[in-house]
Write a protein that binds this ligand. Sequence first.
Ligand code: A2P
Length: 276
Amino acid sequence: MNLRAAVTLASPAPASAARPALPDAQTVTAVTHWTDRLFSFRVTRPKTLRFRSGEFVMIGLLDDRGKPLLRAYSIASPSWDEELEFYSIKVPDGPLTSRLQHIRPGDQIILRPKPVGTLVLDALRPGRRLFLFATGTGIAPFASLLRDPETWERFEQVVVMHTCRLAAELEYGRQLVEGLPDDPLIGDMVSGRLLYYPTTTQEPSARTGRITDNLATGRVFDDLAIPTIDPASDRGMVCGSLGFNIDMKAILEGWGLREGANSDPAEYVVEKAFVG
Ligand code: A2P
């Protein structure tokens, strides 16, 4: 098992002296390498940036010719945080992540301050249970939503299903979820209302198997001793690879849930996790 401790690099003082040299520049304040393939980082937050938990922004670096190389990244930090956090895969020959993985505290990145996205509470009709389904770095928007008091005001229970190939790849999400009861802002709201179901698919761990399979067989409902999905009261948010999103849509629609949007809230919403 690859359970190395995550390595965090942090700068003592965020940004006060940083002079933007890039368009829409923000300064990196901390970087954590979780595995050889995954890292998270924090940057200064533009003073004017307001976003809804679950939304994404375009971030990136200048390429060799000095042109901005940008990709969509879900904001993983809650909307009240002074800084912004992101969680990323490292693709060895990915145009952006092959370079972005080398950022260090004090470096600058480009951040376009125009948040958008469909994984927002406003795109869901009122309900009792909220299911968050993520593979890989798809946990990032849920890291934001789980720390938002509004999530806990709108729903009685939140069920988090996260699947990765390896146990070490679950660690960012695990530390976040397991830290929620101690969160000074929402800790009391979370108590007894959060169910967490992490699984691996390519090495043994406490729980294994794809989310899609664990839903289709009913195993997750048996393991957690909860009722199966009911479109009258259950809502879902899906964030993962394209194949995962397609398979999840079929499963959720099979249960009678309809896809919602900001302009037309319904029972579930879906967004592709950033890759590349
Ligand atoms: P698996 O190992 O069985 O392919 P990836 O790193 O390729 O994005 O995958 C992340 C996790 O998502 C893996 O555990 C992978 O399982 C799972 N996964 C990939 N595609 C699907 C899919 N179509 N439905 C459900 N889970 C999937």
